[in-house]
Design a protein around this ligand. Structure first.
Ligand code: GDP
Length: 198
């Protein structure tokens, strides 16, 4: 799945802009600065793929990435929870992202990225509420694990597992990743390949 390059298909600013629903989609969501672009680039092994999404103007779009090796689409969602964002931007984020999460029939899995230094925040819980209600399966991916001590990571894993235990659409296993040590990157790749092969 990651042997050949991935490329940018399109950015969508509204539900009307989405590519035709076809192949299964996996979406990456998280607060801004969580390390989403870095992890996407590490997954595909391309330094600049997700830079497209971090360029001003593209940050509020859903960005679709494709590869010719398998009918699977990766979707980079706009980061949320950026305190300084103008109210209008926040509302646009809310509208598009929640509409997409609730209404996209081909959406197979959401990877919800959580900064290992911060843990789950209120807006992450809001996203999980939406996914539980829409019955869209999601998995927690901790990022930047190189920034915390192994004991702190263990505590966080246990606390987070406890918090998601009763959530119907949450995948019970949590993936710990670091783009610095590359921890978890291969595991995530393997799982995406497995989803693509189903
Ligand atoms: P995004 O806004 O979620 O796309 O976040 P970025 O991928 O742009 O990353 C935000 C910042 O966190 C950048 O300075 C990255 O270099 C840094 N970062 C991302 N992933 C990691 C990681 O695994 N470990 C460390 N130490 N820093 C990271």
């Amino acid at each position: 799945l990651f042997a050949r390059p991935w490329s940018f298909l399109r950015g969508a600013r509204g539900m009307g802009d989405l590519p035709d629903a076809g192949p299964l989609e996996v979406a990456f969501a998280g607060r801004s600065n969580v390390g989403k672009s870095t992890l996407l680039n590490a997954l595909v092994g391309q330094k600049a793929l997700a830079r497209t999404s971090n360029t001003p103007g593209r940050t509020q779009e859903l960005n679709f990435f494709v590869t010719d090796t398998a009918p699977i689409v990766m979707v980079d969602m706009p980061g949320y929870g950026y305190a300084a964002a103008p109210k209008k931007t926040v509302e646009a984020w809310t509208g598009l992202v929640f509409d997409y999460l609730r209404g996209r029939v081909t959406l197979r899995r959401v990877y919800l990225l959580i900064d290992a230094r911060h843990g789950l925040k209120a807006n992450d819980e809001e996203v999980m509420n939406t996914l539980d209600q829409a019955a869209v399966s999601y998995q927690i991916v901790l990022t930047k694990t190189d920034k915390i001590a192994p004991s702190a990571l263990e505590t966080l894993l246990a606390e987070t597992a406890e918090k998601i235990k009763k959530r119907p659409a949450a995948y019970p296993e949590i993936v710990a990743t670091s783009s610095v040590t590359k921890e978890g990157v291969d595991a995530l790749r393997a799982e995406l390949a497995r989803l693509a092969a189903e």
